[in-house]
Design a protein around this ligand. Sequence first.
Ligand code: C5P
Length: 322
Amino acid sequence: HGTLGEVWDDEMSSSMLGSRLRKVVQNYQAMNKYGVEFSGPGGVASRPKLSGPELLCQLKDKVEVTTLTPDLQPFSSLPWAAQLPPKPVTSDLGPYKSCAVVSSAGSLRYSGLGKEIDSHDAVLRFNAAPTAGYEKDVGSKTSIRLINSQVMASDDHRFLSSSLYSSGVLVAWDPAPFSANLTQWYNRTDYPIFVQYQRYRRLHPLQPFYILHPRFEWQLWQRIQENMAEPIQKNPPSSGLLGTVLMMSLCEVVHVYEFLPSRRKTELCHYYQRFYDAACTLGAYHPLLYEKNLVKRMNQGPDRDIYTYGRVTLPGFNRINC
Ligand code: C5P
């Protein structure tokens, strides 16, 4: 019929999940690996639900998108600090007019979105997501690749040698303890991000390579929790949301593809792997369900764009007046 089907409901909660996934999510909600100290959704019931524009202003005002620079402690007293870019990513890149954020969701398969994605001035991809062999659906341009420290450290991703990572700008992140300063985090990273960073820089000294400041992750986490009616997982936001907010600080308009699932919604985890798990789309470790509620509320495009193209439209921070 070409009628508008179901799109993401911005009030998704763990009670709407299947019983297996609901238990996994509830376990993570009870766990507190990073020592998050934040008064849950306390009073959220009495707090008015913010509108999309209000949420956008909150993110703009209260989330500092920044990367590590050599002047910061403890790096300033370490010999390899010179490998870090002298300025944060937001001083070096952009502003771009239009940007595409390409989630790695299985629903990108058979989307035919490749040309549209490549028509943007900058394209952000995640972790091990390839373009070779999938150009028709995901395009071939990669301007920035956001990678987590697990991918950097794992043997099967061949981070140091695979050509997947050697084009475009790299941005890496690792979950830090909630209240840790950079020195405490440096001594207690989740995965060996700094060891791998130094190795990679020696092999590819000319490729720009940034590391997200962990403050960014947790400030963003707090904005998610503040705006949800139930306690969310006390783990950092997924790469998908980190990358989306990074691009909102570099671009005038950001299109995010298949973060909010289209009519192609599938349990296929990634478009590039034959592995099925609803947790990839709904979250387990990451508060992904709530990230998607937030993005749905901030979306400035029609629901039909989500349904047909899996496309969300967000304004860049420089384009909003708060
Ligand atoms: O799995 P990975 O983290 O590499 O995927 C990149 C991002 O794409 C995720 O962090 C998540 O935000 C998004 N994603 C999704 N649904 C999927 C797979 C990935 O929303 N099925």
